[in-house]
Design a protein around this ligand. Structure first.
Ligand SMILES: *[C@@H]1O[C@H](CO)[C@@H](O)[C@H](O)[C@H]1NC(C)=O
Length: 292
């Protein structure tokens, strides 16, 4: 009898532990859009879906739209799932970026998704501004249709490097080359931003392909907003704390699998690299000489 009672008790405890753990895990994740973000441009062109866990961005002839994080962050990782405009998206740009929002010495880490004609590949342009100096564009044509489904786009930023990834595949690494005199963003916190707008004067085939407004409105979708980093204002010691997970040993450089994927992207999908643009940079920029 006592044996049975003990067993019953044990099972109840087990259930309790299970339920508590599940609720903790559930609490840690389901970020809604308005928890972390605010609309910065054209309320009427951003719609919340799925109880605020996803949003739809709209571009029509009246307006594009944009949103920004409520906080700024110094180091960390931000990731989102994005489903880009399907079909004829030529001339549209969907951007997802971090920006210090300072005029003089801007730091900025950019993903820009450049639309294309139906059936032609989307390009992802990345750029890095450090201490006010940008002009470091690279472009990769995506190896899948980014409008058919959601894909994860993330920026990891720590003291060692900045890594732009698409579905865990690194497409751009900007290393901390301060030892070589190359500026690295590390003094200013950055906010997380996104915009959808028309840029048919430059975006697609250098501006040759114009937006087909008969296809408007254009829609892009976002979900699974995830920012983990040191919020500013916040605890002063956070950014320099070496035990933040994003500063950990396995995030200080690409592991062999990630390095192999990164080489694969550069060999097979890179369509532009400022590092090899001799007409723009007769002298190769120092961060390019330092190796990938
Ligand atoms: C659009 O498609 C053309 C033709 O395939 C390609 O050359 C270009 O890189 C693509 N992307 C952009 C943004 O023009």
């Amino acid at each position: 009898m006592t044996h049975l009672l003990t067993m019953f008790f044990n099972i109840s405890v087990l259930f309790l532990v299970l339920i508590v753990t599940m609720s903790l895990v559930a609490d840690a994740r389901p970020a809604t859009f308005l928890q972390d973000f605010r609309i910065t441009w054209s309320d009427s062109h951003i719609r919340q879906l799925d109880g605020g866990r996803a949003i739809q961005l709209v571009l029509d002839q009246n307006s594009g739209c944009g949103f920004a994080s409520k906080s700024q962050y110094l180091f960390g990782r931000v990731s989102m799932k994005i489903k880009l405009i399907p079909g004829d998206s030529a001339g549209t740009v969907t951007a997802f970026y971090m920006n210090s929002d300072t005029d003089q010495v801007r730091d900025e880490l950019d993903f820009e998704f450049l639309g294309n004609r139906t059936g032609q590949p989307y390009s992802v342009q990345t750029n890095v501004y450090a201490h006010g100096k940008g002009d470091r564009e690279q472009r990769v044509n995506l190896w899948f249709d980014p409008a058919a489904d959601y894909h994860t786009y993330s920026i990891l930023w720590n003291h060692h490097h900045v890594v732009f990834s698409v579905d865990e595949v690194p497409i751009r690494v900007y290393k901390n080359n301060e030892a070589r005199g190359v500026p690295f963003p590390k003094f200013q916190p950055m906010g997380v931003y996104s915009t959808l707008w028309e840029a048919d004067d430059w975006a697609t085939r250098g501006g040759l392909e114009k937006i087909d407004w008969s296809k408007a409105p254009f829609y892009a979708y976002y979900k699974d907003f995830d920012i983990e980093g040191c919020p500013v204002p916040g605890p002063k010691t956070c950014a320099s704390n070496p035990s933040n997970w994003w500063e950990g040993a396995s995030y200080q450089q690409l592991d062999p699998v990630a390095a192999r994927r990164y080489r694969w992207v550069r060999m097979n999908h890179m369509v532009y690299d400022y590092c090899t643009d001799k007409s723009r940079y007769p002298v190769t920029p120092p961060e390019c000489v330092a190796g990938i």
